[in-house]
Design a protein around this ligand. Sequence first.
Ligand code: NDP
Ligand code: 2IT
Length: 447
Amino acid sequence: MTQATDYINSVAATLKQRDPNQPEFQEAVGNFLKTITPVFEKHPEYIKANVLARLVEPERAIQFQVAWQDDAGNMQVNRGFRVQFNSAIGPYKGGLRFHPSVNLSIVKFLGFEQIFKNSLTGLPIGGGKGGSDFNPKGKSDAEIMRFCQSFMIELQKHIGLDVDVPAGDIGVGGREIGYLYGMYKRLNGSERGILTGKGLSFGGSLARTEATGYGLIYYTNAMLKANGKSLDGKRVLVSGAGNVATYAIQKAEENGAIAISASDSNGYVIDENGINLDVLKDIKEVRRARIKEYVDAVPSATYHEGSVWDADVQYDVALPCATQNEINGDQAAKLIANGAFAIAEGANMPSTPEAIAAYQAADILYGPAKAANAGGVAVSALEMSQNSRRVSDSFATVDGELKDIMETLFANSVAAANEYGEDGNYLAGANIAGFTKVADAMVAQGW
Ligand code: NDP
Ligand code: 2IT
């Protein structure tokens, strides 16, 4: 064994011993470590500075109580988190997730991924993530508001324009960011850049709502083009029906693809004519209802209970846009048998390690989350920049910058993979390109 593998193994062993009950975090670090040995072989200075051990330990992990009153007058208590993972290249930046499954393991996996994703955007943002086990489903607007206000009363102690700038993720969209921002402002005065994903009338950026989904398609286009292919005329299977899925479907259809599905945690719809965006938006953005209702408006479509990755349907490109570990090894085998030649991840860590191994064994094109879904946080960083400059750039300007960022980060991933003898491995390329920038900054700043 080389010095590099010894070093990586020892850090991995310490982590396993320290956080044995954090499976999602262990998985995210494991996926990263599998690709990083050649970098440590080439850069012994990273070992000397003990960069890896410092990288897998959050700089700060905050957990707090969120007490709020429901509409019946009962006091409810949830758990809030903010993990400030790494600030080597800029203030902590990353979303807030409100979902009953949220715990420290999930927030840490998301924060760890965010370090490299943010680095890949080329913009000066460090990695962080937060959220709560609060379940927004079925809550009234007033309950959502009271929860967000209580959450922010604590969170505001820990964030700042050059410290930590949260945004949305699962269960946190424009409505929640508005309530969070309103409470921040009451407590601290107007500081527009304190959150991103704000409403357009109070400092939000045009194209932020669309950014993750659009960016996913710009990345997919770059990946397909590099392999002599395109989305035109292709059948695309999409999971999720939220922010990322909706705008991925829109941009895929604009590029001539037929997006045949959308899903939620209950089931999925298949529409052979391509998902009707107006119907989807009305169900999910306006009425906050279930995807099942799609077939009421489009009777030719079909609804099925269960996971879309178990569907018996032929398609060319897979775009998982729901949640972590939504595709297991068997489902990956099915995806390949169903004809998919490419997958690009809109969700964070949607593929289990077994699924990733299946893509690699079958040699299908695989665009990993930290690269493919970086468009959202990239436009968040553009929102911060607009807030500092006190301007609002046009949709075309922001969208153009987003497209450039996604194409550049794909090219940088390809170059990093090639430099380390991993041609065509976009996962290794994204990990290496994202990591080296952060590692260089850590070494340069001493310890
Ligand atoms: P939304 O809350 O808007 O939508 C989430 C969608 O995923 C819903 O359709 C939801 O269904 C489904 N989903 C969530 N959890 C589960 C689950 N456990 N099982 C099955 N389906 C589930 O979130 P986003 O679209 O913003 O986020 C989707 C993914 O994209 C997440 O992995 C997120 O981390 C990632 N992401 C988001 C970015 C952003 O800017 N918003 C940026 C980069 C990545 P249901 O309503 O039934 O829960
Ligand atoms: O996973 C992600 O990159 C996000 N949820 C977006 C984070 C952000 O700060 O815009």
